[in-house]
Design a protein around this ligand. Structure first.
Ligand SMILES: Nc1ncnc2c1ncn2[C@@H]1O[C@H](COP(=O)(O)OP(=O)(O)O)[C@@H](O)[C@H]1O
Ligand SMILES: [Mg+2]
Length: 265
């Protein structure tokens, strides 16, 4: 099996210490993978080593078979690795449409950019509805939709999403996860990080648990949701946090209600 993205023994950190202590992770094309783990585990750091904001000290990052360790963030962007950071990243004083145009600023073929913007707007109607409004006037959930649309302007091979649902109300959160499923169904590959692990896993094909600087466990999203130890450690078991993701969950053969009742035990 040819993986789209492979991390092999990635060691990385910021100062003297290592945060990632040998991360191995393989992502198959066309899948959604949710990285979970405790606060400060290094989940965002993993995404940074993929988009190039941080270079591994040891180990390999491979994308489409190419070793990309030494490539700049821009070079990785041009190869289709698009990173949506946790914080809002639209230019608030620019219109929604101009933000989409900015998404394609590294692309030479501006005709392709315009075509992709039209395609993105078809997937994310908010882009047309609010095209001429300042991005900063949109709600947090609406801005996240535009951020997702903007990734499509680069015809991304891999979309990295850092905490896409953070700070959103339940309805917007639901919309964000539904959008992620739609991206997957149109063949995009997504690696996301979610504090909201239960909803993140429910919307993902696979889940990976990052702990103490290594990936400790990789399994389908559904099986991680059913794993009692994962539930106890990472899913806030005991709290009845039933995700309302009907129609959003991947086809795992299990209903969200079954999952939530097990997780709450
Ligand atoms: N720019 C930075 N400089 C120094 N330390 C950082 C920086 N970013 C993150 N860290 C530290 O690295 C560790 C992992 O951070 P992070 O990857 O953001 O964790 P997570 O996303 O899992 O919450 C934390 O201890 C954090 O304080
Ligand atoms: Mg983080």
């Amino acid at each position: 099996m040819d993986f789209l993205l492979s991390l092999q023994g990635v060691v990385a950190g910021y100062g003297a210490g290592d945060i990632l202590k040998g991360v191995d992770l393989d992502i198959s094309p066309g899948t959604v993978t949710c990285l979970i783990g405790p606060n400060g585990a290094g989940k965002s750091t993993v995404l940074k080593t993929v988009s190039g904001l941080l270079r591994p000290r040891i180990g390999l990052v491979r994308f489409k078979g190419e070793e990309i360790n030494r490539l700049s963030p821009r070079a990785r962007l041009l190869r289709g690795i698009v990173h949506v950071p946790q914080d809002r990243s639209l230019f608030p004083a620019m219109t929604v449409w101009d933000n989409l145009l900015m998404g394609g600023y590294v692309v030479k073929d501006q005709k392709a950019v315009r075509r992709r913007i039209d395609e993105a707007a078809a997937v994310f109607p908010i882009c047309t509805r609010r095209a001429h409004d300042q991005a900063g006037s949109l709600s947090g959930g609406e801005q996240k939709q535009v951020e997702l649309a903007r990734t499509l302007v680069l015809d991304p091979g891999l979309i990295l999403l850092d905490e896409p649902s953070i700070g959103l109300d339940p309805k917007s959160r639901h919309q964000v996860f539904a959008s992620i499923r739609r991206l997957a169904e149109s063949g995009r590959t997504v690696l996301l990080v979610e504090q909201n692990a239960r909803s993140g896993l429910a919307a993902s094909d696979f889940g990976a648990v990052l702990e103490s600087g290594v990936v400790r466990l990789v399994a389908t999203g559904a099986s991680l949701l059913e794993d009692p130890e994962v539930a106890r450690l990472y899913l806030g078991a005991g709290r009845a946090a039933a995700p309302t993701l009907s129609g959003v969950t991947p086809d795992t053969g299990r209903s969200p209600s079954t999952i939530s009742s097990e997780g709450a035990r």
